[in-house]
Design a protein around this ligand. Structure first.
Ligand code: ADP
Ligand code: MG
Length: 411
């Protein structure tokens, strides 16, 4: 897909100073879509009442939710047995090892979304509270984590929006978050600035999914895309040199950038054998909102939302003796493996947490044990053929529940 140059495409005015751009004739925009979000309405109806668990859960700053996809039509036709049973009300998921004459294994999560769960339910109950926090000035991250084919991209992207209009029922977290953010800002008539970035991390190399040059050849081969370097920012965080930060004024602009980036990621796949199962993508929205306090003092709240579609977790199942062979075969995903080790170190309260060992963990350091708020959406398939991988995903996700972040507002 050729990328159409966008008239509002220009650089973010120099970090670290927060800025506010006068908005173009956008003030008239209103989102009258059925089912759209507004913080005002949501707070009134207790939108987070699923399983009656949210007040408590929101205090834990790392939420871990589980989504089990339905068996596909092909799997049903082939009579594939379902080996995962979800109890959304009890927030439990059980792996039916009894099919193999072993004891069943049950895990509890902050929320469990069974095979019948709709995209909207995932967004409303697991992600919307986090987006509210972004607008309050927090840095927040939503990760999709699970084996290839379990619905990470479906959950994060789903059906992408082609244009501004009603959200399709299968729209995922990304387009829904964009709509939600604009709904709130419009409802508050807030003065704000926004910019987005979209990167892919493959084989420890970062490439820009929104790079503006007409680089059609890069669509065919991700190895030919220019790679970007990750630098320390001197404050414990990191910056990516050369990553395009695109200032945006409307949901429509973000939808087309999302569409563009995600197509670029997928097009590279068809050419090179589904490598996106081994790539991570990070879409980030930076928002500065001007607020006036009761003492008439002006504050700027700076929030950031990272939406992360991780590589297939089967990479981290390879460990120990198999690790060497996997590395030789180029199959080992260093970032994902390090993510697993970081989770382990945090859960075990280790003195050393190996953030620096991979680009992904350097990039998302503050989301794991740092000052951000985080939601991990672990995805599994009910298929009996994937039981082993499903157990690995559930085990990692379950352990990640004990990670504690210490969120701080950026002002
Ligand atoms: P992953 O990104 O984890 O590799 P995908 O998101 O590509 O997996 O999903 C694999 C397939 O399963 C896709 O065809 C997708 O549309 C379908 N799928 C995944 N989750 C669901 C779901 N909850 N409901 C219906 N179809 C789903
Ligand atoms: Mg995917």
């Amino acid at each position: 897909m050729a990328h159409t140059p966008n008239p509002s495409r220009r650089s973010w005015v120099g970090p670290p100073t927060p800025f506010l751009t006068p908005r173009p004739e956008r003030r008239e925009l209103r989102w009258a879509e059925a089912g759209s979000h507004s913080s005002v309405r949501r707070s009134g109806v207790g939108a987070c009442s699923i399983n009656g668990s949210n007040d408590r859960d929101r205090e834990a700053n790392v939420q871990v939710v589980l989504r089990c996809r339905p068996l596909s039509v092909e799997e049903q036709k082939a009579n594939v047995q379902s080996a995962v049973s979800c109890n959304d009300t009890k927030r439990e998921v059980t792996v039916l090892n009894s099919l193999f004459k072993q004891a069943d294994k049950t895990f509890t999560f902050d929320t469990v979304f069974g095979p019948k769960s709709q995209q909207r339910a995932i967004y409303d109950h697991a992600v919307a509270p986090i987006v509210d926090d972004v607008l309050e000035g927090y840095n927040c991250t939503v990760f999709a984590f699970g084996q290839t084919g379990t619905g990470k991209t479906y959950t994060m992207e789903g059906e992408m929006m082609q244009q501004v209009g009603e959200l399709p029922t299968s729209a995922g977290v990304m387009p829904r978050a964009v709509r939600h953010i604009f709904d709130i800002l419009e409802a508050q008539k807030a003065d704000y600035s926004m910019k987005v970035t979209f990167l892919e991390l493959y084989n420890e190399e970062i490439t820009d999914l929104l790079a503006s040059e007409d680089q059609s050849r890069f669509l065919e081969d991700r190895h030919k895309r220019p790679t970007l370097s990750l630098m320390e920012d001197g404050k414990g965080g990191s910056v990516i040199r050369g990553l395009e930060e695109i200032v945006v004024y409307s949901p429509g602009e973000i939808y087309s950038l999302l569409q563009h980036g995600s197509t670029r990621r997928r097009t590279a796949d068809t050419a090179l054998n589904m490598q996106s199962s081994r790539s991570h993508s990070v879409f980030s929205i930076y928002i500065h909102v001007k607020v006036t306090t009761t003492g008439n003092r002006e504050l700027i709240k700076c929030g950031r939302l990272n939406l992360v579609d991780l590589a297939g977790s089967e990479s981290i199942a390879r460990s120990g003796a198999k690790e060497v062979r996997a590395r030789e075969a180029g199959e080992l995903n260093k970032s994902l493996l390090t993510l697993g080790r970081v989770i382990t170190a945090l859960v075990e309260d280790s003195v050393h947490v190996p953030y620096r060992d991979s680009k992904l963990t350097r990039l998302l350091r503050e989301s794991l044990g740092g000052k951000a708020k985080t939601c991990i959406i672990a995805t599994v398939t009910p298929s009996v053929h994937c039981l082993e991988e499903t157990l690995v995903t559930l085990d990692y996700a379950y352990r990640a529940k004990s990670i504690r972040n210490k969120p701080e507002v950026n002002q």
